[in-house]
Design a protein around this ligand. Structure first.
Ligand code: SAM
Length: 309
């Protein structure tokens, strides 16, 4: 287990993942009854952007910083979609960010920030140091339960949650490469049997498109009622050597999630576009009997004259 999220916190993949997470939590909050969040791969919960790790890669600069400071990158054309604005405001409202973006909250802290007093979170993290930081971060929060254990295995014990509604976030480091998809499929299969109505959101990296396809095909016969796929690519998906983009698949997604995410994805593609056109994709892989319709869009890269530096 070598992966440390501190090197990547706030990058373009986190921007996609966490804005989708934010939209899902907003959808759950539309009802008064409490919900449960289960985060199978939680990380340490919060990341200092002036740390040695974040400084080494500077990945947040081509991620969340581009949304916060679009004028610096020549991409500032009009206001952000309301969902992205609310998400950024919630990040900036965290302790430590009073003077601007200094800390980037991971999925557990973003969720805890958005949850109500009656909602609950179960956080699993296998790495001992990350788990102990996570426990320290939430020791005062009675809504949040930290488990130092394998998130895939913990699902069996944690599902279905007593609230009977909620969300499972599966965000592994993919150190097992393509084998990770087989672990996810097995976990989802067992989870859907125990809790067929839960919402499941899975993040995946995009290097070579062919590496993701078997998983996407598996999802089409996984038994969920609806599966929405949201992707954002800042490079073409034809190189195994770097992270070209990432995606989220949402099983049992709220019926209007595609409408909620369309404008934010369009804006993220414009703001996060690097030397190539960024592209985004929003497809229902399954929608209660409908045939899937692809809505891939491309955004032109910035002209050289408008690029920083
Ligand atoms: N979800 C976090 C966020 O959005 O802020 C980031 C999680 S990071 C991509 C993946 C984390 O999973 C790492 O902290 C790693 O230590 C942990 N991990 C790896 N294998 C695991 C497993 N089987 N169960 C639980 N945690 C695991």
């Amino acid at each position: 287990m070598n992966y440390r999220h501190a090197y990547h916190a706030g990058n373009f993949a986190d921007v996609l993942k966490h804005s989708v997470l934010f939209a899902l939590i907003e959808a759950l909050k539309a009802k008064d009854t409490p919900f449960a969040l289960i985060d199978t791969h939680a990380g340490s919960g919060c990341y200092a952007l002036d740390s040695e790790e974040a400084g080494k890669t500077g990945e947040y600069r081509d991620g969340i910083a581009r949304l916060l400071f679009p004028d610096l990158h020549g991409t500032g054309q009009g206001p952000l979609p309301a969902l992205l604005r609310r998400w950024l405001d919630s990040v900036l409202a965290l302790p430590g960010n009073e003077q601007g973006l200094k800390v980037y909250p991971g999925s557990p802290l973003q969720a805890a920030q958005a949850m109500r007093a009656t909602d609950s979170a179960q956080l699993c993290e296998l790495h001992p140091e990350e788990a102990s930081r996570l426990r320290e971060l939430f020791h005062h929060d009675r809504r949040v339960h930290v488990h130092h254990r394998n998130g895939y295995e913990a699902l069996k014990a944690l599902l279905p949650p007593k609230e009977k509604r909620g969300l499972v976030l599966i965000d592994p480091p993919y150190e097992a490469q393509e084998e990770e998809y087989r672990l996810i499929e097995a976990a989802l299969k067992a989870a859907l049997q125990r809790w067929p109505n839960g919402i499941y959101a899975v993040w995946y990296p995009i290097k070579l498109r062919s590496q993701v396809q078997p998983f996407l095909r598996w999802l089409q016969r996984c038994g969920a009622r609806r599966v929405l796929q949201a992707e954002l690519l800042v490079h073409p998906d034809d190189s195994p050597l770097r992270l070209n983009g990432s995606g989220m698949v949402i099983l049992n997604a709220p019926w209007n999630l595609d409408q909620v995410l369309r404008e934010p994805l369009q804006a993220m593609a414009r703001l996060l576009s690097q030397e190539h056109a960024a592209s985004w994709r929003l497809d229902w892989l399954i929608k209660e009997g409908d045939t899937p319709v692809s809505q891939t869009r491309h955004v032109r890269p910035l002209p050289q004259s408008k690029r920083p530096g």
